[in-house]
Design a binder for this molecule. Structure first.
Ligand SMILES: [Zn+2]
Ligand SMILES: [Zn+2]
Length: 247
């Protein structure tokens, strides 16, 4: 759909320009170039023209003689460089050539000639028929098959010679000196010189003095007052058994 729209647009543009340029003379400039020359013709009274040689002139400003330009008609150059770069006469060159009323086409680049414009739009774009009338292709054209190359694919893009790799967003912090740095605790050299690395950053609050611990009683049996026991039953039993044989 987009391609058809673009096709229609270009076709119409070429046709319109071809029809417009049909009226123009081949030995003339394009209307746009002619308009620019006309504007410069109106500014000619701001300059004085002083001849130096055949085809060589010095153009000075009416306001100040300090502002001056050398115009070489044969080489088609001017100190302002407009004639050299654009191919269309600058205001200084117009000031030089205007008294002789030349053909501006002769002194302008062929890019500004009406004949060149006509050549540019000489071609045509044929209208595109309705999609139903298009020829059906014999086979469907798809994208080329993917071919996997040997080796592991690269995860990181190769940089250009003038490209700088962006620094990683995460800032590493050394485990020993606790400073954001490019080393770790193993390669740490103690952080910046003059700092006391062993000093704690936030010291702990001082401990409260210890109160005496109450004595812990584990077994209450030992604290019992000793009670004198009577003779053991066993002995008593032995005594009774000893008596029996005597009876
Ligand atoms: Zn100039
Ligand atoms: Zn460190």
């Amino acid at each position: 759909m987009l391609v058809e729209m673009f096709h229609m647009m270009v076709m119409k543009l070429i046709y319109d320009r071809k029809m417009t340029s049909k009226e123009w003379s081949d030995f003339d400039l394009t209307p746009r170039a002619k308009k620019m020359i006309d504007q410069r013709e109106k500014q000619v009274n701001r300059y004085h023209v002083n001849g130096a040689d055949e085809g060589l002139f010095c153009v000075t400003s009416v306001l100040s003689i300090e502002n001056r330009w050398t115009v070489d008609v044969n080489a088609r150059t001017c100190d302002c460089c407009v004639w050299d770069l654009t191919g269309l006469l600058c205001v200084h060159a117009v000031a030089v050539l205007l008294p002789s009323r030349p053909s501006w086409t002769m002194f302008s680049s062929p890019y500004y000639h009406a004949s060149t414009y006509k050549k540019a739009y000489a071609g045509k774009i044929v209208p595109l028929p309705e999609q139903i009338l298009w020829d059906q292709p014999a086979f469907e054209v798809g994208p080329p098959g993917r071919h996997r190359l040997p080796g592991r694919p690269k995860g990181v893009r190769r940089l250009e010679s003038d490209e700088i790799r962006r620094a990683s967003k995460r800032q590493r912090i050394c485990g020993r000196c606790k400073l954001p740095s490019d080393h770790n605790a193993r390669g740490c050299q103690g952080g910046p010189i003059g700092g006391n690395t062993k000093k704690r950053r936030d010291p702990r609050p001082p401990r409260e003095p210890k109160s005496p611990r109450p004595r812990r009683v584990t077994n209450t049996v030992y604290n019992r007052p000793k009670v004198s026991r009577g003779p053991r039953r066993r002995k008593a039993a032995m005594g009774t058994s000893g008596e029996s044989p005597g009876c």
